[in-house]
Ligand binder design. Sequence first.
Ligand SMILES: [Zn+2]
Length: 221
Amino acid sequence: MSGGSLFVANPARADALTKELRDKLTPEQIIQTMKTGNKRFQKGERKQRNYLREQRASASGLYPAAALLSCIDSRAPAEVIMDLGIGDIFNCRVAGNVENADILGSLEFACKLAGANVVLVLVMGHTACGAIKGAINNAELGNLTGLLARIKPTVEATPYAGERSAKNYSFVDAVARKNVEMTVANIRKDSPVLAELESKGDIKVAGAMYNLETGMMEFFD
Ligand SMILES: [Zn+2]
């Protein structure tokens, strides 16, 4: 009864995604499964799983269903908030979930190499993001300055009529949302490999926002 990848329909039969199971999944099915897992998380429920069995079942190969780009924020661990298991997703984490050459290389690896052939790339932002606040405040600190410079054009590009400050949570969240949209667009622009895979219908690049207050994931269309 225990264990099993969230994506596996019959948990009694498999503890991790196999190539055969993964190759049948569409991006829409994966998003639906993530939504279902997040609903369980919001109710304080969790799929009964056995990490040791998942670890053993996935040790000889990886067949994840999706590649995520999410923030380092300790309150937004994608696997936990969507009730995912070992081997279910790749997860690139960087403050402010912005893309750069190394992130794109990781996503290209996830979608094209290592037998991965992931069909969904999901950029996941979250509310009350410290990196977004730092970009709004023009924070400067060592290497962080360069990272925040990637978010600053988004601050400018965010339409917002009220107070445009980091103290205004609604503005911070509007920028975070715009940052997800722009990162999705930048992935397509800066990675011809991923853009071609998407235009052929092999992958879907999508965005989502996680709300720290409600625990809810919102997937963009
Ligand atoms: Zn963040």
